[in-house]
Ligand binder design. Structure first.
Ligand SMILES: *[C@@H]1O[C@H](CO)[C@@H](O)[C@H](O)[C@H]1NC(C)=O
Ligand SMILES: *[C@@H]1O[C@H](CO)[C@@H](O)[C@H](O)[C@H]1NC(C)=O
Ligand SMILES: *[C@@H]1O[C@H](CO)[C@@H](O)[C@H](O)[C@H]1NC(C)=O
Ligand SMILES: *[C@@H]1O[C@H](CO)[C@@H](O)[C@H](O)[C@H]1NC(C)=O
Ligand SMILES: *[C@@H]1O[C@H](CO)[C@@H](O)[C@H](O)[C@H]1NC(C)=O
Ligand SMILES: *[C@@H]1O[C@H](CO)[C@@H](O)[C@H](O)[C@H]1NC(C)=O
Ligand SMILES: *[C@@H]1O[C@H](CO)[C@@H](O)[C@H](O)[C@H]1NC(C)=O
Ligand SMILES: *[C@@H]1O[C@H](CO)[C@@H](O)[C@H](O)[C@H]1NC(C)=O
Length: 455
């Protein structure tokens, strides 16, 4: 099914007729890819005002939450890695250091009352990427990228919960947040992904032992099927016996890169099979023309703010996986190529004429992809990752401590009991009410999208 060769890649790109394309993109030309990525990034950064007077460094304005900013800065690390353009490096470093918070583990006081494990993981994974690509190190006296990733990992490993479902991380960190009773794939995927990558970077098997533990749990809990489809999550009140079977692009991606990394470290056939199985299972997120879509919400046009970000991560991690598991390269390339062309074609809206839309497909009879009248940071981010991922063969793979990685680590970072809310800033009733309302809004959005179940 996934044996499309590079020859048919040429054909499929040629057959994507895109006359109204506003962002020029020629995938055979490195400069063209970089230029398209630059245009999309510029559009994305128009939303960022955190570095202006009176604003908070590292935050995006409403309706974006803290994790969206972590997602965005992670992609800006990638942007520099792929293009060499340093324009946003300073803003990125400032944000990633400031939002690490006083405990340097992505548990900043302003966020903790509503922070989930997945939110923290997105910032931690941005730091991990920075270490792997030798993103310019923070100033002396500031925590290193590696230490920030380790801090995130360490604080999450402490939250492993064996009281229900035989293990797993809960979605929410604090009992008073709705979603505390939910063990979901993205939170556990974050720990898995970080564990595998920290093991590769540091050579310390403590991290890969954890990755194995998370994998075994996610498989045993039924959140990943025998065919490697990754479901959304399960409720602890039913001991995780009745998973929500909705599938999201980023859940597939987060496990794909972790498994590919585990294969790289171990060389085991078992991890190769798992990597291939996860790749196979991504077919639910691609149309026949190999263009990526968020199958659970795009066709119905009801993706919420979060869901508009997810495709960025599948694209990012598909590309990254090919660097650690080269057997994926020829399989993945046609899908990244077709998605990039279609994404660029969607970037033809707004007052600047290059605003990107949500859908990278057309429902008209001539199949011409045009802007679908939607816009936002998520739309820009997804297009950016889809486009710049096509430079993956031009860049080096992730560095490690032994191959030139220069990031400063700290084994014991972040394990100082931040999982205990009593040690944190006093949480008021108003905080609780705010957190509950937030969580209800988020859950309502998810439930709204749940009409779609796989199989
Ligand atoms: C904020 O960052 C953006 C993007 O890097 C940059 O264009 C802008 O000049 C910065 N503004 C300030 C006040 O530093
Ligand atoms: C927390 O919020 C306060 C008040 O808005 C702000 O001054 C501070 O910079 C914020 N800190 C972080 C890490 O976001
Ligand atoms: C909950 O699930 C775990 C893992 O499947 C199992 O070991 C445990 O016995 C279950 N607990 C209850 C109360 O059924
Ligand atoms: C992936 O799909 C290919 C082609 O359909 C199949 O041969 C292979 O067995 C699958 N691999 C796994 C691990 O499911
Ligand atoms: C295409 O999608 C738009 C918006 O989702 C909808 O209004 C329109 O009716 C659709 N057209 C066709 C031919 O399905
Ligand atoms: C593991 O990943 C590194 C970094 O990209 C790469 O250089 C190496 O070739 C990979 N190992 C294998 C066996 O593919
Ligand atoms: C690599 O890791 C070792 C052990 O943690 C450390 O002593 C050394 O400084 C690291 N090397 C670099 C380049 O960071
Ligand atoms: C490996 O990492 C663990 C967890 O951070 C740490 O406790 C241990 O000291 C490390 N081992 C080595 C050999 O660096």
């Amino acid at each position: 099914m996934r044996t499309t060769s590079l020859i048919s890649l040429g054909l499929s790109i040629a057959s994507l007729a895109l006359p109204s394309q506003a962002i020029e993109l020629d995938l055979s030309n490195e400069a063209s890819i970089k230029s398209a990525a630059s245009t999309v990034t510029y559009g994305m950064m128009k939303y960022y005002h955190g570095n202006e007077t009176g604003q908070t460094i590292g935050l995006l304005p409403w309706p974006y939450y803290w994790w969206h900013a972590g997602a965005m800065f992670g992609s800006l690390v990638d942007y520099w890695y792929y293009t060499g353009d340093t324009s946003y490096n300073e803003a990125t470093t400032n944000a990633m250091i400031f939002q690490a918070g006083p405990t340097a583990d992505y548990m900043p006081e302003n966020q903790t009352k509503s922070e989930g494990n997945d939110d923290q993981a997105f910032w931690g994974m941005a730091a991990m990427s920075a270490a792997e690509v030798n993103f310019p190190n923070p100033a002396k006296g500031k925590p290193g990228w590696l230490a920030l990733a380790q801090a995130t990992f360490n604080s999450q490993a402490l939250r492993w919960d064996t009281k229900t479902c035989g293990g797993g991380l809960r979605w929410q960190i604090f009992t008073f947040n709705n979603g505390y009773n939910y063990k979901n794939s993205i939170s556990n995927g974050g720990l898995f992904n970080l564990g595998a990558r920290l093991a590769m970077y540091t050579g310390n098997t403590t991290y890969s032992d954890w990755a194995v533990k998370v994998w075994d749990w996610i498989e045993g809990s039924g959140l990943m099927t025998d065919d490697y489809y990754v479901y959304d999550g399960s409720d602890t009140t039913t001991n995780c016996t009745d998973p929500s079977k909705i599938q999201w692009t980023y859940n597939a991606g987060i496990f794909l890169l972790g498994a590919a990394t585990m294969w790289n470290i171990t060389g085991e056939q078992l991890w190769r099979d798992r990597t291939m199985g996860l790749w196979n299972a991504t077919h639910v997120f691609f149309r026949d023309d190999k263009v990526m879509y968020e199958v659970a919400c795009e066709p119905g046009g009801n993706c919420n703010v979060d869901q508009h970000f997810f495709k960025a991560y599948l694209a990012r991690w598909m590309a990254a996986s090919t660097k650690v598991a080269p057997f994926l390269s020829d399989l993945v390339a046609p899908y990244l190529a077709a998605s990039a062309m279609a994404a660029a074609a969607s970037c033809s809206g707004g007052t600047d004429g290059v605003t990107c839309g949500t859908k990278w497909f057309s429902n008209t009879s001539d199949l011409t992809v045009t802007w679908d009248n939607t816009w936002g940071v998520g739309q820009q981010l997804c297009a950016l990752e889809a486009i710049q991922s096509n430079l993956i063969t031009k860049v080096q793979g992730p560095l490690t401590n032994k191959t030139g990685g220069t990031s400063q680590g700290d084994d014991s970072a972040g394990s100082g009991g931040d999982s205990d809310p009593t040690k944190m800033k006093k949480i008021t009733d108003a905080d609780k009410a705010g957190a509950v309302i937030l969580t209800i809004l988020v859950l309502a959005g998810w439930v709204g999208a749940m009409f779609w179940l796989i199989i």
